[in-house]
Design a protein around this ligand. Structure first.
Ligand code: SF4
Ligand code: SF4
Length: 100
């Protein structure tokens, strides 16, 4: 069962722009992403929104597939900056690993 962290959006401000809540899950970023994954990066941003930090940690290797091409950020209609959120999630995961 996934344990939700209600303060996770706040925590993420340490690692990234405060834009995840702007996302309305349209899927444009997933359609443009060259990784050809049905749910990346939209699913990761959804996890941030709902505080599913455990899910992000479980699926952390996916984050390192990101090419940082910026296409998702350029096409996001909500200026949610998904590319920067992915980078911030990598920072969060590294900080978590260092602590554990
Ligand atoms: S394109 Fe922007 S608003 Fe749409 S799912 Fe991706 S991050 Fe969310
Ligand atoms: S920056 Fe990463 S998540 Fe965004 S489109 Fe490029 S590879 Fe995909």
């Amino acid at each position: 069962m996934t344990r939700l962290s209600p303060d996770f959006v706040e925590e993420m401000k340490r690692y990234s722009h405060d834009t995840a809540l702007a996302c309305f899950n349209c899927g444009t970023c997933t359609a443009i992403c060259p990784l050809i994954d049905e749910h990346f990066p939209r699913r990761m941003i959804r996890y941030v929104q709902i505080g599913a930090k455990d899910r992000i940690l479980e699926n952390a290797p996916e984050l390192w597939k990101c090419l940082h091409c910026g296409l998702c950020t350029q096409t996001c209609p909500r200026e949610a900056n998904p590319g920067e959120i992915i980078l911030g999630l990598k920072r969060m995961v590294v900080a978590h690993w260092r602590k554990s």
